[in-house]
Design a protein around this ligand. Structure first.
Ligand code: NAP
Ligand code: F7E
Length: 326
């Protein structure tokens, strides 16, 4: 059988790096884009275990011509569009760049794909942030929940989601949206709340830091593990019919509960160390997320392997180990 070829935008991000490892393990030839960066040493940190087994190319979602040239050369079977300005609070600081990348960038890669390799299957990294303030009466968000975004990031992702559905219907392309709820790992950027808490709690434990400043501790998130979620991305593209699937753990926890768990793991009480700094509050907050992933569980047989507690402990332990090595 012919070796399958995958193309991943944002291959050096959290999800891109786990997805690349997963696909290499399944026997795929894996290609992906990285952006030009003045310090190239930092770019393949998350790819260190597989960089010899994959092909990286310079590429940017803002450069449609460049994307088309790459797709024309590579002729992938599967395209995973994971590249994005993915930080919600930062999307308030740089709204134009966020929208250019996360909205127009999706259109750019869809056009490149339509022209260069329309027989491929296409995955779009859509997000629970699109639901914003909408919650169903049973306290879940699901595929049919109206979208009511509350950040430039959420608004940009709604455009990406809709244009992917439009290209599916208009041109008969195999385009799929994964509507993923928050997912974390030791590779999560340390300015997202989970990894910020794990990193700073480990520093406090080792006497390297004395306090942790956070924003809103009363928001709730449905937090899963990135490794479980990249398996879901691949499963979605193996389905004959393209569609839209929510991926979530079906549990929700507050930022406060998450802090309690992490500090308890290290034998400390978070109340003695955590303070609020208004600089980490958002101009508009999304207070509550809990995803109903019944559709992907029943139609595609996906379920997560990690529990929330296992994931938070793995992340905290990784920081402890890394500081202890220094
Ligand atoms: P991430 O770690 O921030 O990775 C994003 C990747 O996109 C990085 O490789 C980044 O490159 C690249 N990128 C940014 N702007 C780009 C541009 N203009 N052109 C090309 N590449 C660009 O994010 P992640 O957590 O892996 O998330 C992957 C995708 O899933 C994103 O689209 C995100 O919005 C979406 N998503 C994430 C979650 C979550 O909880 N993690 C949930 C739902 C949806 P640099 O390193 O050079 O910046
Ligand atoms: O914030 C609160 C913050 O930045 C989670 C992205 O992957 O998931 C992610 O977006 C919550 C929010 O993730 C701090 O206000 C409190 O309520 O970790 P976060 P996010 O905004 O939910 C969605 C699904 C995506 O698609 C995105 O790409 O935690 N919070 N104090 C804080 N958040 C941060 N970052 N820093 C704080 O100090």
């Amino acid at each position: 059988m012919k070796q399958k070829i995958a193309f991943i935008t944002g291959i050096n991000g959290q999800d891109g790096s786990y997805l690349a490892e997963y696909l290499v393990g399944l026997g795929y030839e894996v290609h992906g884009t990285v952006r030009r960066n003045s310090t190239p040493e930092n770019q393949d940190i998350r790819l260190s275990e597989i960089h010899l087994k994959i092909h990286t190319h310079y590429g940017d979602l803002l450069d449609q011509g460049g994307l088309e040239k790459l797709l024309d050369q590579i002729q992938p079977d599967e395209i995973y569009n994971l590249a994005a300005q993915s930080h919600v609070r930062i999307s308030f600081d740089i709204p134009q760049f966020t929208v250019q990348t996360n909205a127009i960038g999706v259109l750019n890669i869809l056009e490149a794909y339509r022209r260069a390799c329309p027989d491929a299957k296409f995955y779009q990294a859509s997000s629970s942030e699109m639901f914003g303030l909408s919650v169903e009466e049973d306290n879940f968000q699901r595929e049919t929940t109206p979208m009511n975004p509350v950040s430039p990031y959420g608004c940009s992702k709604v455009f990406g989601y809709n244009i992917v559905r439009n290209y599916r219907r208009a041109y008969g392309l195999h385009t799929t949206n994964g509507i993923l709820f928050n997912h974390e790992s030791p590779r999560r950027g340390s300015n997202f709340v989970t990894n910020k808490v794990c990193k700073t709690a480990a520093q406090i434990k080792l006497g390297l830091q004395d306090k942790l400043e956070l924003g809103n501790m009363d928001s709730y998130r449905d937090w899963g593990h990135s490794k479980d979620y990249v398996r879901a991305m691949h499963l979605m593209l193996q389905h004959d019919v393209p569609g839209d699937w929510v991926v979530s753990t079906m549990e929700t926890h507050s930022v406060r509960e998450m802090c309690k768990l992490v500090f308890n793991y290290l034998g400390m009480d978070y109340k003695n160390y955590v303070t609020q700094n208004p600089k980490y509050l958002r101009p508009e907050e999304l207070p509550y997320l809990k995803g109903d992933s019944t559709k992907i569980r029943t139609e595609l047989g996906w379920k997560p392997k990690y529990t929330f507690k296992e994931m938070m402990e793995e992340m905290t332990q990784c920081w402890l180990d890394s500081f202890n090595k220094k």
